[in-house]
Design a protein around this ligand. Structure first.
Ligand SMILES: C[S@@+](CC[C@H](N)C(=O)[O-])C[C@H]1O[C@@H](n2cnc3c(N)ncnc32)[C@H](O)[C@@H]1O
Length: 314
């Protein structure tokens, strides 16, 4: 401890208190967001098409509400989170962040939020402990999904909604990496959101999706993207480029090297490309976004057994 003047000590204490209390506040943020989704608050205001009062909102909620005062306090919290706004005392509207919470919006993150919220349930915890045993009973998260269609669907939808946000950024922001490519396989491409986007943006690139059979069989027919059921540890089809979006973060270093070796065999020695789309931990662009990168690392730790987010060097 250094020595502080009276005012400094107070300020320092206040800052330290915020550090200690923010996890508690964060857990309330998460709870209130879950309630908002469960009640359908954002969707109701969206479909109403204009700001709503509490008495207009309340009959449309997914649960009967007789306690308007508690609902008002819930709404006040959502306004403070800037997920909603107020106009006057009792008129609630959407904010620019609300679009991510509208089920039908093309930028909706609802399936992803649902998946993360799902990790709080006992079921997911038992899946988590099942994964801890990776190596002893041999079952990993992907084998679990192969046997649990409902969870697999939830997971695939969550991945797809993220891919709907990331793919346009990849296409617009990294256009050059697609130059010179005539064929591309999206390894672990899930239900094909990214490859459909790439095929549409670059019609001259022949795109395919390689994923596990139980995932590939759920992909809707899309003429410009070929579906390849398979195991990336065994074989990756030959293409000018291999893309892996959020794949290596699922695996430990040893498995990642195995996958990268398969990638190397799958591309031309001259001019072949491996395009890796993953979180990079050590980019300093703001406290909040850095925190979410570390949060994803913890999610990987809990849900995959060996997966992790990496620094650029790693
Ligand atoms: C985190 S998801 C990423 C999905 C997609 N790339 C995206 O960004 O939305 C990982 C994907 O890897 C697939 N996967 C896991 N093990 C695999 C394997 N051995 N071979 C092929 N795909 C695999 C999963 O089925 C899942 O679709």
């Amino acid at each position: 401890m250094g020595t502080y003047g009276r005012e400094e000590l107070k300020n320092q204490d206040l800052e330290d208190l915020v550090l200690v209390l923010s996890p508690l506040v964060g857990s309330m943020d998460s709870q209130v967001l879950k309630w908002a989704l469960d009640l359908g608050i954002v969707d109701i205001i969206h479909w109403h098409g204009q700001p709503m009062t509490l008495s207009q909102l309340s009959p449309s909620l997914s649960l009967p509400c007789t306690n308007h005062e508690n609902l008002r306090r819930l709404m006040r919290y959502l306004v403070h989170m800037r997920l909603l706004s107020t106009q006057g005392d009792d008129l609630y509207n959407l904010t620019s962040a609300s679009k991510f919470l509208i089920v039908e919006d093309s930028k909706s993150l609802v399936p992803f939020l649902r998946l993360i919220q799902y990790t709080d349930t006992d079921k997911w915890h038992s899946l988590g402990s099942l994964l801890e045993a990776k190596g002893s009973d041999g079952e990993d998260v992907w084998s679990y999904f192969a046997k649990n269609a409902e969870h697999s669907k939830l997971f695939n939808e969550a991945m797809a909604c993220e891919a709907r946000l990331v793919t346009p950024a990849l296409i617009d922001g990294c256009r050059d990496i697609f130059r010179g490519i005539k064929s591309l396989v999206d390894v672990g491409g899930g239900t094909g959101t990214a490859s459909r986007g790439i095929a549409k943006a670059f019609p001259h690139i022949k795109c395919s999706v390689l994923d596990l059979p139980h995932v590939v069989e759920t992909i809707q027919d899309y003429p410009d993207v070929e579906r390849v059921p398979g195991d990336m540890f065994s074989f990756i089809p030959y293409n000018d480029a291999v893309m892996m979006m959020k794949i290596l973060h699922d695996w430990d270093d040893e498995d990642s090297v195995k996958i990268l070796k398969r990638c190397k065999e799958a591309i031309p020695k001259e001019g072949g490309k491996v395009i890796i789309v993953d979180i990079v931990l050590d980019i300093e662009d703001g406290q909040e976004i850095t925190r979410s990168r570390y949060a994803f690392d913890v999610i990987m730790m809990l849900s995959t057994g060996g997966g992790k987010e990496r620094t650029e060097k790693e």
